[in-house]
Design a protein around this ligand. Structure first.
Ligand SMILES: [Zn+2]
Length: 95
C-alpha cells in the first residue's frame, strides 16, 4: 500500500482506489506522483490483458467469453494496483 511522502501516512486500499487518478493524499491533501519504479510495474500489469489475445486463438474462445475474461482480468488488476503502487513527492523522470 502506498505511503504519503509528505505526511508519512499509509493509505488504505479504499483510499488508494478513490485517489488512483489524481493521487491526492487523503490525510494532508498534497498531490503525490507515481514513482518511476512503480510506473514500470504498473506498465507490466497493463500488458496482462494483451496475453488474452494469443490465449484466445489457442483456446478458441468466442468474442463474448474473451471480453468477459478481459473484464475479470482488468478487475483483478485494479484490486492489485494499491499493493504495487509506490508514490513520491515529485514527478520522477523516466529512467
Ligand atoms: Zn499526506
Amino acid at each position: 500500500m502506498p505511503t504519503c511522502q509528505s505526511c508519512g501516512e499509509k493509505w488504505t486500499w479504499g483510499q488508494t482506489i478513490k485517489n488512483i487518478f489524481r493521487l491526492k493524499c487523503p490525510y494532508c491533501g498534497k498531490r503525490q506522483y507515481e514513482s518511476a519504479s512503480s510506473r514500470k510495474n504498473s506498465g507490466l500489469f497493463a500488458l496482462i490483458p494483451l496475453l488474452i489475445l494469443p490465449l484466445n486463438v489457442w483456446l478458441d474462445f468466442s468474442i463474448g467469453t474473451a471480453s468477459i475474461l478481459i473484464v475479470i482480468i482488468a478487475a483483478i488488476i485494479i484490486v492489485f494496483i494499491p499493493f504495487i503502487l509506490e508514490i513520491s513527492n515529485e514527478e520522477e523522470p523516466y529512467v
